[in-house]
Ligand binder design. Structure first.
Ligand code: MG
Ligand code: MG
Length: 272
């Protein structure tokens, strides 16, 4: 059952989402060749607690850390470890926060040092597909309208769209209804309702859509070991239109990236 949120609840959720955004911005300053994912995980945990939140992934379903860090062929749910990042790696950093009883949950895929042009393109197209999907999260549309838009866009570039893992509703629980697949048919699935909040999160593979799981019970990898990318935003349906609760602006400020891609999904300019 979809649980719509009041305006007041949505503002609480915005605060949770923005703490994740700030955490990713902090990570963006620290992530580079030679740094370990376990070190970044500890920084994130401290940062979240210092800002009044609780790391939401830590202990969730038994996950051992605060960040899911999934380099290269890892799709999602990678466990931080002591292996230093290397130039040429790409890595999905997924972060969750619980604050004021509401969850924030989003992700950004980072380039480490010099990355191959075809991998850069995978990240670019995956991030573009996130906004292509968000644009379909509007009154009158249904769940699979978002998935269809993401799938069509990514497959037009020859990429594989992961089927087994999906986005989700978000609120007082990390995973609420509805499931938000990154594939589907137009006009199918649950109707969107005013006040609902979702995490839209394309997980896109350079090659096959097929995945496998490591024996650790968590890490999801591409079946062909080609790279995968993952971007995620939290979005509320307000006045029939998608409104971003999360932002990549802190990441962009840290990396010196200029972008206006989020502008159409905000009522008021973001103050960071
Ligand atoms: Mg996430
Ligand atoms: Mg999520």
């Amino acid at each position: 059952m979809i649980i719509p949120k009041t305006r007041e609840e949505i503002e609480l959720m915005r605060a949770s989402s923005l703490l994740v955004s700030k955490t990713l911005g902090m990570i963006a300053k620290e992530i580079k060749p030679g740094v370990t994912t376990l070190y970044l995980d500890k920084l994130a945990e401290e940062f979240i607690r210092d800002h009044g939140g609780v790391p939401a992934f830590l202990g969730l379903y038994g996950f051992p850390n605060s960040l899911c860090m999934s380099p290269n062929a890892q799709v999602v749910h990678g466990i931080p470890n002591n292996k230093p990042l290397e130039s040429g790696d790409v890595i999905s950093v997924d972060c969750g926060v619980l604050m004021n009883e509401f969850y924030g949950d989003h992700a950004y895929s980072f380039e480490i040092g010099e990355v191959a042009p075809e991998t850069k393109k995978l990240l670019k197209v995956t991030k573009e597909s996130l906004y292509v999907g968000i644009r379909q999260f509007k009154a009158g549309n249904r769940v699979e309208d978002v998935g269809n838009a993401i799938q069509t866009y990514c497959e037009s570039h020859g990429y594989g769209v992961v089927r087994e893992l999906v986005g989700h509703g978000l609120g007082r629980k990390m995973h609420e209804d509805p499931e938000m697949p990154n594939y589907g048919k137009k006009g199918r699935g649950k109707l969107f309702v005013e006040g609902m909040v979702v995490a839209i999160e394309p997980m896109i593979n350079m090659g096959t859509k097929n995945i496998k799981q490591l024996k650790d019970g968590w890490t999801i990898l591409t079946a062909d070991m080609k790279p995968s990318a993952h971007f995620e935003h939290n979005v509320a349906l307000i006045d029939g239109k998608p409104e971003l609760l999360s932002t990549f602006q802190y990441v962009y400020d840290a990396l010196g990236i200029e972008s206006d891609e989020e502008k159409e999904f905000r009522r008021t300019p973001l103050v960071v």
